[in-house]
Design a protein around this ligand. Structure first.
Ligand SMILES: Nc1nc2c(c(=O)[nH]1)N[C@H]1C(S)=C(S)[C@@H](COP(=O)(O)O)O[C@H]1N2
Ligand SMILES: [Mo]
Length: 327
């Protein structure tokens, strides 16, 4: 697949951050087009990663190797790593954008398991190492568009959610998939006045969950996910507002009715179940027509794209639906 050139690929000798190693890899991919490369400095081989693996199945050194499949480059530069990991929404650790980077380290992420329940033939508790093949990860650049009208372009590493859901053999009663975030009052910063009801929950219609764009991410920028970005495993649903991309998942349930979602519960007139990015449907308190580009200076903005730029891949799922009604 051709990759658009980005000015941030022009590297200097001083560029030694993971971010630049990542960009360097992109430049090499663009030039040579190798199928699978590990260019993270010090990345170990698959065997080494296996033997050095912690209980979670994650490579002990935190470096991930991913194939360049299903890679969808949005227009615009990658958001710098320090913005991706320093400007976050993870309300369990506080409501300020810098709280997650300061406090999410307290969260225990190893070992990690996900409980699978509901309308499926295969249910139970699965270790992350049983769900994710760390030797078959994909790298995908997606734009994350927050409902608060800002966006970032993030190189994610993960696996498509669909085949994982299939492996549980959902029955015909499974019409939606519900997700739940880890919750621990000691490790998280839960104040006396609940901003949201905990644990954080989200949901997708079955076809949305199975859409090839829907990613279960375990890393970004060639590294395992930092806690503030939803370690060790989070959803990325690129055509929906960021809050649908639930972090630190501990439960997946196959359900027959549309499941409750945390933001919809807290303000149903502001946050719907679908929450597809739509520049034509304003939030009751602000416009969704454009967005702030995080990490590109205080005035950098761009027009918001329908379905966040992924209309070709997802618009057909909503054919015939009134998107102002089903926001
Ligand atoms: N558990 C949980 N998941 C969450 C959130 C949260 O507060 N708690 N915030 C959401 C919102 S509003 C956004 S915009 C994205 C932000 O992801 P990022 O910090 O990795 O950029 O995470 C989403 N997932
Ligand atoms: Mo968000």
């Amino acid at each position: 697949m051709l990759i658009k050139s980005r000015k941030s690929w022009h590297l200097t000798e001083n560029d030694v951050t993971p971010e630049h190693l990542y960009l360097n890899r992109r430049a090499i991919m663009a030039a040579g087009g190798a199928a699978a490369v590990s260019l993270t400095a010090g990345a170990c081989s698959a065997e080494e990663a296996q033997t050095g693996a912690a209980r979670s199945g994650m490579p002990a050194d935190g470096n991930l190797t991913a194939r360049e499949t299903g890679y969808l480059p949005p227009d615009g530069d990658l958001t710098a790593l320090d913005a991706v990991t320093g400007y976050n929404n993870f309300y369990e650790f506080g409501t300020s954008k810098t709280d997650p980077a300061r406090y999410a380290d307290r969260m225990t992420t190893d070992p990690w398991s996900i409980e699978v329940t509901g309308h499926a033939e295969r249910t139970g508790r699965f270790g992350i190492e049983d769900l994710i093949d760390f030797n078959a990860l994909e790298a995908r650049i997606y734009r994350l568009r927050c409902v608060e009208a800002w966006s970032m372009v993030i190189p994610w590493i993960g696996v498509p959610l669909g085949p994982i859901l299939e492996s549980f053999r959902p029955t015909s009663d499974a019409r939606y998939v519900a997700f739940e975030t880890y919750f621990d009052r000691e490790e998280m910063r839960i104040g006396p006045f609940p901003v949201l009801d905990w644990p954080y929950v989200e949901g997708l219609r079955m076809d949305e969950a199975m859409n090839p764009l829907t990613l279960l991410a375990v890393g970004l920028y060639d590294r395992v996910l930092p806690n503030q970005n939803g370690a060790p495993i989070r959803l990325v649903v690129p055509w929906k507002y960021g809050f649908k991309s639930i972090k630190s998942i501990v439960r997946i349930s196959f359900v027959s009715e549309q499941p409750p979602t945390s933001w919809n519960r807290s303000a149903p007139n502001e946050y719907g179940f679908y929450s597809n990015v739509n520049p034509n449907v304003d939030h009751p308190r602000w416009s969704q027509a454009s967005e702030r580009v995080i990490g590109a200076g205080p005035f950098a903005r761009r027009d918001t794209d329908m379905f966040n730029g992924y209309a070709d891949e997802v618009a057909s799922m909503y054919a015939g639906m009134d998107l102002a009604e089903n926001y």
